[in-house]
Design a protein around this ligand. Sequence first.
Ligand SMILES: Nc1nc2c(c(=O)[nH]1)N[C@H]1C(S)=C(S)[C@@H](COP(=O)(O)OP(=O)(O)OC[C@H]3O[C@@H](n4cnc5c(=O)[nH]c(N)nc54)[C@H](O)[C@@H]3O)O[C@H]1N2
Ligand SMILES: Nc1nc2c(c(=O)[nH]1)N[C@H]1C(S)=C(S)[C@@H](COP(=O)(O)OP(=O)(O)OC[C@H]3O[C@@H](n4cnc5c(=O)[nH]c(N)nc54)[C@H](O)[C@@H]3O)O[C@H]1N2
Ligand SMILES: [Mo]
Length: 755
Amino acid sequence: MTDTQNERGSLKGISDYKGPAGGWGALAAVARTVREQMKASPDTRALLQMNQPDGFDCPGCAWPDPKHTSSFEFCENGAKAVTWEATVKRVDPEFFALHSASELWEWSDHQLEDAGRLTEPLRYDPETDHFVPIGWDEAFIRAGAALQALDHPDQAEFYCSGRASNEAAFLYQLFAREFGTNNFPDCSNMCHEATSTGLPKSIGIGKGTVTLEDFDHADAIFCIGHNPGTNHPRMLSTLAAASKRGAQIIVSNPMRERGLERFKSPQHPTEMLSAHATPLASAYHQVRIGGDMAMLKGMMKALFAMEEATPGLLDQAFISEHTEGFEALRADIEATSWTWIEAESRLAREAIESMAQVYAAAERVIVCYGMGITQHRHGTQNVQAIANLLLLRGNFGKAGAGICPLRGHSNVQGDRTVGITEIPAEDMLKRLDATFGIKSPRKHGHNAVEALAAMRDGHSKALIALGGNLAVAMPDPEACFAAVRNLDLSVNILTKFNRTCLLTARETLVLPCLGRTELDMQDAGPQWVTVEDSMSMVHASHGKLKAPGSMVRSEPAIVAGLAKAAMPQSRVPWDELVADYDLIRDGIEAVYPDFRDFNVRVRTPGGFRLTIGPSERVWHTPSGKAQFIAHPHVEDATSKPLLLTTIRSHDQYNTTIYSLDDRYRGVTGRRDIIFANEVDLAMLGLAHGDAVDVTATGGRTLEGFTVVKHAIARGSLAAYYPEANCLVPLDDYDPASGTPAYKSIPVTIRAASSA
Ligand SMILES: Nc1nc2c(c(=O)[nH]1)N[C@H]1C(S)=C(S)[C@@H](COP(=O)(O)OP(=O)(O)OC[C@H]3O[C@@H](n4cnc5c(=O)[nH]c(N)nc54)[C@H](O)[C@@H]3O)O[C@H]1N2
Ligand SMILES: Nc1nc2c(c(=O)[nH]1)N[C@H]1C(S)=C(S)[C@@H](COP(=O)(O)OP(=O)(O)OC[C@H]3O[C@@H](n4cnc5c(=O)[nH]c(N)nc54)[C@H](O)[C@@H]3O)O[C@H]1N2
Ligand SMILES: [Mo]
C-alpha cells in the first residue's frame, strides 16, 4: 500500500507529517506544554525527577524503566502527563462561583480539564446550579449518609481508575468489601480485560510474561494493534535498540503509525543533529480492522504447512511436555480456508506467509499487543490466538520470548493485583477477612458495563469513582450519561474536574486529591506509594511536588474518610493505616503471599518482580499445562463492509485532551475527522474533505465530521475517542470478558445531510 498521506492538499488542519517519531517535534511539544501549564514554575525540575530511583513513577504509561536507575528517560507524553498535573492553573471556589454547571456543560473536555487543578471539596447545589465549596467533614457525612441509606450494599458501584497506587487501591477494595459489595467496575474492564480473561485459560496467568531484558534477546518482535509512539513512547527506545541489533519488527495495524515506522531519539544528541532516524518496522501489514484473528490463523496455517515440509519446525518437545489441545487447534486451523483468511484480514496469503516465515526463523519471539486486539467482540479469542501462536514454538520461559500486553494506565495492573476485581478468588477473600476481621461478600459484583446497565436501570444508586471520567469513557453516552444522572449519590475523587462531575445526581460531590507527583504528608511523615508496571515489576514512587492547595488530600486519606463515614462501626484501623502507608503494605503482604517482605523488598532500588509462572514454564491452569485453545466460531466481519475503530490522538490521555493536535497523523487543531482509505472513498462517492454523517447500529449517528484520506486498510475507518463513543451500544462487547467493542463498530457513511 502506498502512503496516501502525501497528497492531502490544503484542508484546514490537515497536512502531511513527514518526520520520524520523536525528534525535534517532541522537544518543541514539551517546551510548549511546560510553557502553557507551568509558566516559570520551579517545578519544571519535576520532569527531571520522573522515573528516577527516588523520584515518582511517570503517571503516563505502564512501560517499565531500565531498573529504575537509568539516567533520565525523556518522553514527550510523560512530560505532558506531568505538566498537566503540575499545572499552575486552579479551579477554586471563585471559578465555580463564576461558572454555573450549565455553562460548564457547554465547555469542551479539553477546556474543562485545562481550567486547572481542583483545590477544595465541592458539592453541587441544584438551587443555584453551581458547585459550592464544603468542608471535608461535611462531604464525608453526606456521602456516608447516602451510602447508609441504600437498601443493599450492592446498590453501590466502586469505580477505580488505573492511576490509583497499590496502597490507595488496596484500601479502596477493603472499604467496599467491608461495606458489603464486590461491585468494582474499573478501567481494566474497558481495556485489557480480554487479557485478564483469556491468558489465565491459555497460560495460567492474566499478565504479560516478558521483562525489559527480553527485548535485548528477541530475534523477532511482533507489534499487533498498539501505537507506542503515542501511548508507550519509552518503548520506542527499546524497539530502536532491537532494530539496531538486527531484530525483525513486524507490525500489524490497519493504520500506518509513524511511531512504528521510524524514531529519532531526543535522548541521542548525534541522532538529533543528523538526518538519520532509526527505522523500526521491518515489515508493516495493514490488516483490516478486526482481521487479526484471521491473520493469526493464517500464520498458524502457514506454520503447519511448513512443519509438514520440514518436520521439527514446531517445538514438539515443548508441545508434548507443556501443552494440551494441540490436535484440536490443528484441526481448526486445517478447516480454516485461505479464502476466508484473506477476505477477513484483507491481507494477501503471501504477506501472511512471510510473517510466518519470520516467526519460524526466529529462535526467540515476543508478541506485543494493545487495544487493537482486545477491544473487539472477539477480544478474548484474539488474545488466546496470540498465545497459541507463541506456544507452537515454545516461546515462553526462555530469554527473549513471551507475550507482552501493553497495559494502559500506569498502575492498572497493580490495582488488579491488590484486589480491584469484581470476581475475587475465595482464598484472597479468606485472607482479607482474617487480616482485618471483616466478612467480605462472596457474591460476584459488576464490571463496568454491568455497573452502567444497573445504574441505567435504577438497580444501582450510588457511584464512588476513584479517578476516571467514567461516563465519557464508556460507550453509549446517551445511556451512560442518563445512568449517572439517575443516581442518589455520585462521588468523584479527582485531580481535575471533568464531564462526569456535571452529570449531577441527587447528591454530587467532587473531592480533590493529590496526584502521584506530589508530596503526601501524613502523621508519620512523608509517605510514598508503590505501583506495578506492565512487566510485573513492583516499585516505589515518591511524590515531590507541592500540593495544589492546602485542602487537597491523598487518595488513601479520602478513601479512609469515606469508609469511616459509611461504616461508623468499621473494624479496620483506618486512621493508623493512613498515618503510615507501611501498615497498608503490611496488609497487602498479609493478603497476597507474593508480596512477602513487601516493605523490605520494595525499598531496594528498582523494586522486585512478582512471580510469573510461564517465565519458568509453570502453568497455573487446572491441568497444570498450557492450553492451545481453538476458535472454530469467530465473528465473520466480511458481512460488514465498513468497520470503524476508535483511537487516541497524540495529544490526549484517555478522556483528557491536552490539545486538539495529532502530530504524527498530520492533524492540527481539530478532532472532528474520520480517517478513510482513498479507494473506499472513491467507491462511496465521497471525496477527501467532505462533510459526512456516520451511522451505526440502532441509528446512532455522528454528524458533520470531515472525512480525510489516510493510509488505512480497506474497509476500515477511524475516529477519535471519546467523540465517536456515541456510535457504540452499551451492550456491544466481548461476551467472554465484557470489554466494549470500541474497535470494530459496523457503520455506514454518507455525505452529511446538513451539507
Ligand atoms: N499518551 C497517552 N498514553 C497512554 C494513553 C493515552 O490516552 N495517551 N492511554 C493509556 C491507556 S489507558 C491504554 S489502554 C493504552 C492504549 O494504548 P494503545 O493500545 O496503543 O491505544 P489505541 O490508540 O486505542 O489503539 C492503538 C492502535 O490500535 C490500532 N487498531 C485499531 N483497530 C485495530 C484492529 O482491529 N487490529 C489491529 N491490529 N490494530 C488496530 C490503531 O490503529 C492504533 O494504532 O495507552 C496508555 N497510554
Ligand atoms: N471509544 C473508546 N473508548 C474508550 C477507549 C478506546 O480506546 N476507545 N479506551 C478505554 C480505556 S483503555 C480506558 S483505560 C478508559 C479510560 O478512560 P478515563 O476514565 O477517561 O481515564 P482516566 O485517565 O482514568 O480519567 C481521567 C480523569 O482522571 C482524573 N485523574 C487524573 N490523575 C488522577 C489521580 O492521580 N488520582 C485521581 N483520583 N484522579 C486522577 C482526572 O480528574 C481526569 O479527569 O477509556 C476507555 N474508553
Ligand atoms: Mo486503558
